[in-house]
Design a protein around this ligand. Structure first.
Ligand code: THG
Length: 258
């Protein structure tokens, strides 16, 4: 499992405050903490409230890459902020995210080619998020085919079936699991898969339990990476146990510490 840190996101009040104050040391300490906790990739999101998203994204990318070597995931729906983030990065990034909307694909796939980026593809189009697995897979196939036209192979793509909050769309939980299984049959080699895990527990009282339980199910359904909290030690322990039980990591008596 590739762990992608969710924490450098203006949705968190402390991060929003640090962005407002251009507090470099707060952001750099947070980035180091996420890498030490096991994050291999850092998802970077300015949050919805900022006035000049391209300027803030540029500042975040430069500030973070001065502190850590980790790969960055540039998380924004705004094409100008995406371009700013990708250009500010000194090595290749993850573009988070393209969708099946024509304008997004026609802007972001060439950007990915130019900067050798990987791309997260959300199964979503002008009509929104489909409510069944087959329709999610149809959108995934459209994006994989379109990426191929630009010379982007499936190994550069992370398909995201889009997790919704269990309290608001309970019927979608099993459909996301089903979609993950279908994504793996789209191409050979298959595209990678990713989710924003904490979406599932938004506005619930049992966030860690719901996140942990769902992540185990997602892994059994073929999940390769998750945007999540690497400081949730029980969540990370459940990942390690799942990797052993799914025969992805060799069993050892001390696998929790390995
Ligand atoms: N797919 C992809 N990218 C994504 C998502 C996804 N990026 C954003 C999001 N979903 C994943 N990241 C987060 C980050 C924070 C939270 C949830 C998902 C979160 N934050 C607290 C909240 O809103 O309650 C912040 C409040 C606080 O604690 O201060 O839950 O699905 N590709």
């Amino acid at each position: 499992m590739i762990i992608i840190s969710e924490r450098i996101n203006g949705l968190f009040r402390s991060v929003m405050k640090a962005i407002d104050n251009r507090d470099e040391s707060f952001i750099q300490d947070l980035a180091r903490n996420q890498v030490e906790a096991g994050a291999q990739i850092l998802d970077i999101n300015t949050g919805p409230g900022v006035e000049d998203a391209p300027e803030v994204m540029t500042w975040l990318v430069k500030t973070i890459q001065d502190a850590v070597d980790a790969k960055l995931s540039i998380d924004t729906p705004k094409l100008d902020a995406m371009e700013a983030g990708v250009k500010a990065a000194s090595s290749s990034v993850l573009i988070n995210s393209a969708t099946a909307e024509t304008k997004k694909m026609e802007t972001l796939f060439p950007m990915a080619v130019e900067h050798d980026s990987d791309v997260i593809c959300l199964t979503l189009d002008e009509k929104g998020i489909p409510n069944d697995a087959t329709s999610r897979c149809e959108l995934a196939m459209i994006m994989v085919a379109k990426a191929m036209e630009y010379g982007i192979g499936p190994e550069k793509l992370y398909l995201d079936p889009l997790i919704l909050p269990v309290g608001a769309a309970q019927d979608q939980g099993p459909k996301v699991l089903e979609a993950l299984g279908m994504f793996k049959a789209i191409s050979d080699p298959p595209p990678k898969t990713v989710v924003g895990l904490s979406n599932v527990s938004n506005n619930t009282k049992e966030r860690p339990l719901l996140n942990r339980t769902y992540l185990i199910m997602l892994m059994a359904s073929g999940l390769d990476s998750a945007i999540m909290d690497p400081n949730d030690t029980e969540l990370v322990a459940a990942i390690k146990a799942s990797e052993v039980l799914l025969n992805q990591k060799l069993y050892a008596d001390d696998f929790l510490r390995a």
